[in-house]
Each structure stands twice: as C-alpha cells, then as structure tokens.
Design a protein around this ligand. Structure first.
Ligand code: FRU
Length: 480
C-alpha cells in the first residue's frame, strides 16, 4: 500500500513546521495536516517519553488510521513527528487502531489492535511491534487473532499492566450481539501464550454498549480502571458529552476477576473535548495524555476546512485520593513560562477584574468569594465569549460556549464544592483551553475557535464584592 509512503509523508510533516494556521495551538501537540485522535503507545525509554497517536495522514476523516510518533524528554521540547505504523497487510488493512507501549531491554514496543473489515464483518487482532531506529514500527506476532466467544467485533485498545511479576492486558470490548453491552476483558501471559481470564466484574449496570480505551492503573493499594463507555444518557451534572472518559477505583482481584469495592464511575474531565486518555507510569508518576476531541462530532471542529484536526492535551499527573483522581498539569510545563504579571486585587470595591491574556497563557488564581454566591470567569474574544460560571449555592460549575460563533457550542455542568476560595489554573492556548479547579480536583478541556485573531481578555465578575483575587498570569512559550 504505497499510499503510506513514510519518506514522503515525513517530509511533508517537516515542511509543515512551524505550524502557520492561526487556529493551530502553540503548546499542544498537533499535526500540520490530517486528523489525529487517541494517544497511543506511551512509554519511557532512555531518557525520553515516546508518544504515539492515531493519525490519518491522508485527510480529515476517521479512516486510514496510522500511528504518528514523537519523542520528548520534558513535554516542552519535541522531536519532529513522523509516521510510524500504518496499515500494510490483511490484518490491519482497515486501520492500526489504538494500543499501548512498553520498554524492554531498552527497546520500545507497541501492542495494538489490527482492524480488518470484510463484508461488514470486523476481525480485530492484537499484535506486538517494535520501534526501529528509522522511526517505523516493525510488526511482530499476532497474539490474539480475533475476538473470543461471546464478544463482538468491537474488541480493541489493549493496555498492558503488571501484577505480582506477571504481565496482563486489559482490553475494551462489546459483549452480547443481541443486546450489546460494554465491558473489558483481561488476559494473562502464560508459557502457552495469552490466556483469556474473561470479563472483569464490576457493579456498573446498564453502562453503555461499548467500552473503549481501558487503562488499568495501580495507586498504592488501590487500582483504578479508566475506560470510555459509549451509550450512556446525559444527566444534569455529568455524562454530557456523546461519550465519556472516566474511571472506577477499587481493588482488582485477578483471582475472582472482580473490581472489589469500587467507587462509582467518575469522569476525568468535565469539558467538551476530552476522550481516549492513556497513562504512562514513570518514576512513580502517572502521566495522562488525552485526545482533545470527541468521536462522531467532527462537524464541531472547523479546522477540517484547513486540512488538519485535533490536538492532544497537556500532560497531567494523576493522584488518587479517597477514591477520586486528581489531575494536575505536569511540573515540566513551568519551563514554558516566560513573562508574568501579578493579579492582586483587593476586589472589595470592584467586582470586575480585567486582564488581557497573552498569545498563549497560564493563569493561576485564587478567588476569595466573601459574600459572593455567584462568580463568572469569562474569556472574552471581542464580542465572543466562553464563560465559566460557579454558583456556590447549588455547587455547580457551568461552562458555556454558546457565545462563540465557530465550532461546537452548548453548555456543560458539573458539581464541585468550593467553600470560600475558588482556585483555578487555566491554560489558554490559541484554541485549546484546559482548566484545573481546586488544585486538580476537577478538570475541564475545551476548544474555542475565536472568529477574530485577538488575544482574549479574562474577566471576573460576581454578584457581590469579592474579598480578594490573587494570582499570576504568565505568557507561555510555544513548542516551535
Ligand atoms: C477511540 C477509538 C478507539 C480505536 C481508535 C480508532 O477514539 O475509537 O477505540 O482504537 O479510536 O482510531
């Protein structure tokens, strides 16, 4: 299949940097052309993180799924992205779907789903591969040739993990063709090969028709299963995107194949544009990257007209506390900070704070509410605006994107408790906005496509004089 000519495609990518379209972000991973989605193959080797991600180098549709690859030692400097894995035989002719990465004896390996569709029938096979010096992945053994009995063709996105010195993988699946139901299966490595241990039991009932992109994580004595269920109904304060990305935390028993005493399902992010996250563990940190996008919502992303689509999120470090995952931007990102100015407003007299942001900013801010019950933080691009509104009485945060002309609109709501101080860490790139509330307790990612090429203003308003607003605004450097 010559359409995936690595040399030609790599040259075209290199020629596309630095990225010129004004909607391209400055410090988010993106491609000059084509559509990217899930982060894949995350691993650390020889002083560098390897980041792969789904990429259609031939257009802005969800087809021709390949893997792109970049390396970074610090999430600030990146190697030039390149084409690394692409459909080449009968097993993966309809896409090299998502999978994980791992390092063994200094070599980077990947484990991915080969997608083949014949007469409408999907045959998903799970296959290993090894990254070569020239940046391409040499395909290796297929270890699971098809979905097992009772599982439909929706069987994909394997994620390797270790327990008691043994290797396992968890994989997203759909059970029961008659009445499709999302689930995950676990496989164990044995001398004879990979043994299917069956479905992981959870207490989740009626929980969608497919679970994609699972990750099995270990935090001290707790385990957390991250996954992306499809087919859940929206509720007033959660599940408001077409598909979700979240987790349950508990204790994984591989003997009884049960996630014991697990929490309810919680979302990792409450914004509009976050899906298919993957976590890499290194030196005790759990570092998450997500896809800033959403399946089946391409129409909401106007950059397709310019020949490119989607970004990856900033790296987030996860911690688990009382059954809840906190996520905070990785400390390495501080290296992006250039100039800063203080926000220090004794807001008693004035319930409005205006700060013009940079062409790429980070805002760290504590808003002491005092008498105020309602506070809004508005990103204003001239007359267009995106509003974060917190209501202390109902304990609800609302993100409102209806004031933007281009791209997806609508509102998202979620519950969050704030006593007196609302803490916000906000990254505002050209179109990617990532907000972290209450020191990482909640996060929200969204893309806003301002019509005019203007730097946004950040406005804080409240229904009563705020006690104080303190913090700092940084100008952030670009990756390239
Ligand atoms: C999630 C997903 C995965 C699949 C990949 C294909 O966004 O649908 O389940 O492997 O994307 O690009």
């Amino acid at each position: 299949m010559e359409k995936f000519d690595k040399k030609a495609i790599d040259a075209k990518v290199a020629a596309g940097f630095p990225l010129t379209d004004r909607w391209h972000n400055r410090f988010h991973l993106e491609m000059p052309f084509g559509l990217i989605n899930d982060p894949n193959g995350l691993t650390f080797a020889d002083g560098e993180y390897h980041i792969f991600y789904q990429w259609n180098p031939l257009g802005c549709e969800h087809k021709n799924k390949c893997w792109a690859h970049v390396r970074t030692r610090d999430f600030v400097h990146y190697s030039m992205p390149e084409l690394s894995l692409w459909p080449s035989d009968e097993h993966d002719k309809d896409g090299c779907y998502s999978g994980c990465g791992f390092t063994e004896k200094g070599k980077v390996h990947v484990f991915y789903t080969c997608n083949a569709k014949n007469d409408g029938v999907r045959t998903p096979a799970q296959r290993f591969g090894t990254l070569q010096e020239d940046g391409h992945v040499e395909k290796g053994a297929i270890v699971v040739p098809d979905s097992p009995e009772g599982i439909t063709g929706h069987f994909r996105d394997p994620y390797l993990f270790h327990r008691h010195g043994k290797r396992y993988f968890v994989i997203g699946a759909q059970a029961d063709e008659e009445k499709p139901r999302g689930t995950v299966l676990i496989y164990k490595e044995t001398k004879e090969g990979w043994q299917n241990l069956g479905e992981l039991k959870t207490r989740l009932k009626d929980f969608g028709y497919m679970w994609e992109c699972p990750n099995m994580l270990h935090f001290g004595s707790y385990d957390a299963l991250i996954f992306c269920p499809q087919g859940l109904e929206a509720r007033e304060f959660d599940r408001q995107n077409i598909y979700q990305a979240g987790y349950i935390a508990g204790h994984l028993s591989l003997d009884s194949m049960d996630m014991m005493q697990h929490t309810k399902f919680q979302e990792l992010d409450h914004g509009f544009d976050f899906y298919a996250p993957q976590v890499v563990q290194h030196e005790g940190r759990h570092i998450l990257l997500g896809w800033m996008g959403m399946p089946d919502k391409d129409a909401e992303y106007p950059t397709s007209e310019k020949g490119w689509m989607y970004s990856l999120t900033l790296p987030r470090v996860l911690t688990l506390r009382q059954g809840h995952i906190f996520s905070r931007p990785a400390a390495e990102l501080k290296a992006l900070r250039i100039e800063s100015s203080a926000i220090d407003i004794d807001a008693d007299m004035e319930s409005k704070v205006l700060t013009r942001l940079f062409d790429g900013s980070e805002v760290l801010m504590d808003i002491t509410l005092g008498e105020a019950q309602k506070v809004t933080m508005t990103l204003a691009y001239g007359l267009e605006k995106t509003v974060f509104a917190y209501d202390r009485t109902t304990q609800v945060m609302t993100i409102d994107r209806t004031g933007m002309k281009n791209g997806g609109r609508g509102v998202r709501r979620f519950k969050m408790f704030v006593d007196n101080v609302l803490s916000l860490q906000l990254f505002v790139d050209r179109v990617a906005v990532e907000a972290f509330f209450q020191h990482g307790e909640e996060a929200a990612s969204l893309l806003v496509f301002p019509e005019k090429n203007i730097r946004p203003e950040l406005r804080i308003e409240a229904d009563a004089p705020l006690e104080t607003v303190t913090g700092r605004v940084w100008e952030l450097d670009a990756f390239h």
